[in-house]
Design a protein around this ligand. Structure first.
Ligand SMILES: Nc1nc2c(ncn2[C@@H]2O[C@H](COP(=O)(O)OP(=O)(O)OP(=O)(O)O)[C@@H](O)[C@H]2O)c(=O)[nH]1
Ligand SMILES: [Mg+2]
Length: 303
């Protein structure tokens, strides 16, 4: 997935390029941060924990560097299932072979944050982004927090930011770029993510389910794109939402299928915005009991 950008000015200083794992406990704002840094909504977000289930790269290319952010699922210890184990494995795997780690926390430290720090290999340089500082009325609380974080391990920098408001993100990228090795860009200048439109389409549908439905359904649902056909400028997309039980299917559909229609419409608008063209979207809802425990099916679904 890419977007055209104006050609950049000449590059006389050494260009830097590297990969950075963005990790943290669920819901701290990792995906929001990646989206703001990249300048496009490529990774889905919601106010619920465990929104992100897959690794997705967001690419930021400046005149002097290319930073490849690897957004990861929130590392978690609750809701044990085969799916949850896969998500945690994705986090662990993302920490290998990166040039730096961005640990995202909220303006408070919890045991869940400490467990994420324990996963981080000591040899990989790390920066902490203390996110959501826009919510912090008393900024004086940041100083003791920074001191507490600094005791956890050696960090290259600890920077208060707001991913939502875009506060201090230039400071953050500047610190991160310093940690990147000198080298040529891995991706084209206008690439935004390593994921294709098919993946993004499924994710947009899942996002609307996370944003519009209560406590249970988001965690009982997954989305697969069965057909993705480029028909001239039109994209024809056929997707299936899998849920665990018939009762969940009924809730998701709503009366006369109205709720599912609204979800599909919202997802289609996001797709049209990002893909830059018209989309025809058809979504089916199917019951597949125990999908989150079915290792073979999880593999087929890309988990
Ligand atoms: N006030 C405020 N809210 C934020 C900020 N960044 C993210 N949020 C909100 O925090 C919630 C979680 O954001 P996500 O980006 O989905 O968090 P995540 O860490 O990717 O979550 P998981 O993928 O579930 O682990 C959403 O409701 C965001 O709008 C911020 O800087 N300020
Ligand atoms: Mg996320």
């Amino acid at each position: 997935m890419s977007r055209r950008r104006a050609p950049e000015a000449g590059r006389n200083e050494a260009f830097r390029c590297g990969q950075l794992a963005v990790v943290g406990r669920p819901n701290v704002g990792k995906s929001t941060l990646v989206n703001t840094l990249v300048g496009a909504r490529i990774s889905i977000t919601s106010r619920r924990p465990q929104t992100t289930r897959h690794r997705i790269r967001g690419i930021l290319t400046t005149r002097t560097a290319q930073l490849v952010f690897v957004d990861t699922p929130g590392f978690q210890t609750e809701h044990r299932s085969a799916l949850n184990e896969r998500m945690n494995r994705t986090v662990r795997e993302s920490l290998v072979d990166v040039d730096a780690i961005v640990l995202v926390v909220e303006p408070s430290l919890t045991d869940a944050d400490r467990r994420v720090v324990d996963l981080m290999p000591a040899r990989v340089p790390a920066v902490v982004a203390i996110n959501k500082v826009d919510r912090l009325a008393d900024k004086a609380r940041l100083l003791p927090l920074i001191a507490d974080i600094a005791r956890l391990r050696d960090f290259a920098a600890i920077i208060p930011v707001s991913a939502e408001k875009g506060w201090q993100l230039d400071e953050l990228t500047e610190e991160l770029a310093k940690l990147m090795p000198v080298g040529a860009a891995l991706y084209a200048e206008d690439d935004l993510t390593d994921r294709d439109e098919r993946f993004l389409a499924a994710e947009f549908i899942r996002e609307k389910i996370f944003r519009r439905l209560g406590e249970e359904i988001p965690y009982a649902a997954t989305v697969s794109v069965d057909r993705f056909i480029q028909d001239g400028k039109l994209r024809r997309i056929h997707a299936t939402v899998l849920v665990d039980k018939a009762s969940q299917r009924a809730i998701l559909l709503g009366e006369g299928g109205e709720r599912m229609k609204e979800i599909a419409t919202a997802a289609r608008r996001d797709m049209e915005r990002l893909f830059g063209g018209k989309v025809f979207l058809e979504v089916w809802v199917r019951v597949k009991a125990g999908w989150a425990e079915d290792k073979r099916l999880l593999g087929q679904l890309g988990y």
